[in-house]
Design a protein around this ligand. Structure first.
Ligand code: CTP
Ligand code: ZN
Length: 157
């Protein structure tokens, strides 16, 4: 572990460490995961620490929760280089990359104001299909509108 990080937040005993998050994006990572802090588990956020690979990075540590690949894949929408570390008894027992799921439901809005998912009277959950990974391109299941990564990032500003 890098010295800088060690000074900021200790290693966890059990849970999930989301590492190599794009610098400054850790609050959005929590948002995407639906973690508000009201759940009660211990969560540590580390922002803008030096990283050899990335220059700077964010880290999120969630104690006592092993997030599934499904849950964390949504993170790839905003932070494609994130790594997921599952920790048991202080050891990293599993290390995985995130990848954008084929279908994304309910996290991002359709940019088309006329889309049925943007009509208040209709309770239609915005749903997108991944049509390209790199560069990232998503298409609305309902109106065909196209979203790129910058459109997604804009929604989290
Ligand atoms: N970590 C933690 N608690 C533990 C074990 C690891 O908080 N009990 C954190 C580390 O601080 C690091 C991440 O989980 O942020 C990954 O740990 P590790 O695989 O040991 O670090 P690296 O080898 O540097 O990871 P990578 O090769 O993915 O950069
Ligand atoms: Zn749409």
């Amino acid at each position: 572990m890098k010295e800088e990080e060690k000074l900021i937040v200790r290693r966890i005993k059990e849970g999930t460490v989301i590492d190599h998050i794009s610098p400054g994006s850790s609050l959005n990572v929590l948002k995407v995961l639906g973690i508000t802090g009201e759940e009660g588990m211990t969560v540590a956020l580390v922002m803008n620490v030096p990283s050899r690979k990335m220059g700077k990075k964010d880290i999120v540590k969630i104690e006592g929760r092993e997030l599934t690949q499904d849950q964390v894949d949504k993170i790839a929408l905003i932070s494609p280089d994130a790594t997921i570390n599952i920790v048991r008894d202080y050891r990293v027992v599993e290390k995985r990359k995130v990848s954008v799921p084929e279908v994304i439901r309910g996290i991002i809005r359709c940019p088309n104001p006329m889309c049925i998912t943007n009509q208040q009277r209709e309770a239609v959950i915005p749903t997108f299909r991944r049509i390209s990974d790199s560069p990232l391109v998503l298409r609305c299941e309902y109106c065909g509108a196209i979203l790129e990564r910058k459109d997604i990032l804009d929604q989290f500003r």
